[in-house]
Design a protein around this ligand. Structure first.
Ligand code: ADP
Ligand code: TYD
Length: 212
């Protein structure tokens, strides 16, 4: 039997409230409408390490930045082994809300070296496309507070989000595309489709493409 063509792997990155999960859902809907198989997933996961990470939201000081990184990496290892790699191998396209660039940016902002964090991820397949959705930290905090109507967790304070934003801006990898996240949801969705178009030629036939 011939192996299926591997799925396409797209990750959504950016600071909290930048619109990742909104845009991931919109893209998943478009791809499914085109008849493409898609799974939607996210990190931190709901697995045992993901649950440990969520316990840190109220008080990060109970772990060192290095311990925090180890938890995210163990969570990601499970995610990669159990879901991401098998799905891609089966020809399913994977859309993931956060991946290792989030570790580089957030644990980098906590004082670790972003390049060394990325280098720890030789077990994790590079995405075909990492969309970094960019908005100002001030605006992201406004969105988070409006959405949840409650206080910010320890990953979301303005000063730390500014540091995280600064690291996301410096990341220079071949699969990274930056998306202006300040427009409406529809505007941002259109910008994303322009990038994704290259990976799925059938997604959004553009008006000026030559049709034989
Ligand atoms: P993230 O997953 O990056 O944290 P979300 O997709 O959950 O971000 O969006 C954060 C909040 O901002 C939600 O309430 C969402 O409805 C809203 N939102 C998302 N995209 C936009 C946009 N382009 N303009 C205004 N509000 C948005
Ligand atoms: P988030 O996407 O907000 O998940 P949830 O909706 O379940 O709260 O991620 C939670 C926080 O974890 C977010 O502030 C970013 C942070 N984070 C890291 O610090 N490092 C990582 O590697 C990942 C994946 C997330």
């Amino acid at each position: 039997m011939t192996e299926p063509v591997p799925g396409v792997f797209i990750v959504f990155e950016g600071i909290d409230g930048s619109g990742k999960s909104t845009q991931l859902r919109l893209l998943a809907d478009v791809l499914r409408t085109r008849g493409l198989p898609v799974i939607e997933t996210f990190e931190p996961t709901k697995g045992v390490f993901g649950r440990k990470i969520r316990n840190l939201y109220k008080d990060r000081s109970i772990v060192t930045p290095q311990e925090e990184l180890e938890l995210f990496i163990r969570d990601r290892r499970e995610h990669v082994d159990q879901l991401i790699v098998p799905s891609l191998a089966a020809g399913i396209n994977v859309l993931c809300d956060r991946y290792f660039l989030s570790s580089a940016a957030y644990q980098g902002a906590a004082g670790l070296d972003p390049d060394r964090i990325i280098a720890r991820h030789d077990f994790a397949p590079d995405p075909d496309l990492a969309l970094i959705i960019e908005i100002d930290p001030e605006r992201s905090i406004q969105r988070i507070v409006e959405r949840r109507g409650d206080a910010l967790n320890e990953f979301e304070q303005l000063a730390s989000l500014k540091k995280v934003d600064g690291i996301f801006k410096q990341l220079d990898l071949p699969y990274v595309k930056r998306i202006d996240g300040t427009g409406s949801q529809a505007d941002v969705h259109r910008l994303i489709l322009e990038q994704v178009d290259n990976l799925f030629p059938a997604v959004e036939p553009s008006a000026n493409r030559d049709v034989p």
